[in-house]
Design a protein around this ligand. Structure first.
Ligand code: DGL
Length: 270
């Protein structure tokens, strides 16, 4: 078995990359569900159906632990999967909680009652489905009091990134940040609540200005996975070699992944 990392497309590769840097010896099977991407414009039932099918592929490959490196799937499908679908010997972890723990200055797994935190005005940038789920606000309310969150649904950004059209992605980031500023002129912190968005980190920082602290997930998820695997070494796996899988066109996806991560990466058909 190996660890599975899943996203609708290539955004989860930002998490994959960080996990590889933290744990170079860990075998990882990555799956991008390019056939059904983007998820962010689908309804919750559709996202649940696509996500369970994709995670089943990773279970069939021998993974006992799968990271949903997709906020949209974590927001719209994770709880339902854990309650109604997940086999008892398997684990699926989302990407929201490590980021909210960082924002609220908590240790991993600290479930004590909500407290006042330093940051009061937070901008959330995410896909339309993640924003409409309000999952981020819910998880935050369990941990922090009095934080004002303004969410901006960033339509089109995932498609532009997947198409490798960074000029369009840049323009869309600027216009979504402008829209956010009309609702919240002075955010103190910004959450990149989609694993594709770290690929546009500099565009977000430029549009938000240097004083806004940007939280993005890749390193936070990698650190929290490392901590989890120290506590659950049986979920680490040793027998299965890592590989990169896609439900889409492996040639095209390999080219894009190589372009994004600036090193040769080869995907196979799932
Ligand atoms: N990377 C996914 C996320 O974190 C993108 C979702 C999509 O396919 O729209 O939300």
């Amino acid at each position: 078995m190996a660890i599975g990392i899943f996203d609708s497309g290539l955004g989860g590769m930002t998490v994959f990359d960080a996990v590889q840097q933290h744990m170079p010896d860990l075998d990882i099977i990555y799956l991008g569900d390019h056939k059904h991407a983007p998820y962010g414009v689908r309804d919750a039932d559709d996202i649940y159906r696509c996500t369970t099918q994709a995670v089943q592929i990773l279970f069939d490959q021998g993974c006992d632990l799968v990271i949903l490196a997709c906020n949209t799937a974590s927001a719209a499908a994770l709880r339902r999967m854990q309650e109604h679908w997940l086999p008892s010997d398997k684990r699926v972890l989302g990407v929201f909680v490590p980021m909210i723990e960082a924002l609220t200055e908590r240790q991993w797994g600290d479930n004590s009652p909500p407290t006042q935190v330093a940051v009061q005005h937070v901008a959330l940038f995410a896909t339309p489905a993640t924003v409409s789920s309000r999952a981020f606000q819910r998880e935050l309310a369990f941990r922090a009091i009095g934080v004002d969150v303004e969410a901006q649904a960033c339509g089109g950004v995932v498609d532009a990134i997947e198409d490798g059209d960074f000029i369009l992605a840049d323009a869309l980031v600027q216009s979504h940040v402008d829209a956010l500023h009309r609702k919240m002129p002075h955010p103190q912190a910004a959450i990149l609540g989609c694993t594709h968005y770290p690929l546009m980190h500099d565009a977000f920082q430029k549009a938000l200005g240097p004083r806004v602290k940007i939280f993005s997930q890749a390193n936070l998820v990698a650190e929290s996975l490392q901590d989890y695997l120290q506590r659950h070494p049986d979920k680490r796996g040793t027998q299965v070699k890592g590989k990169l899988l896609t439900t889409g066109d492996p040639v095209k996806v390999s080219q894009r992944a190589t372009q994004f991560l600036k090193r040769p990466l080869t995907f196979e058909s799932a």
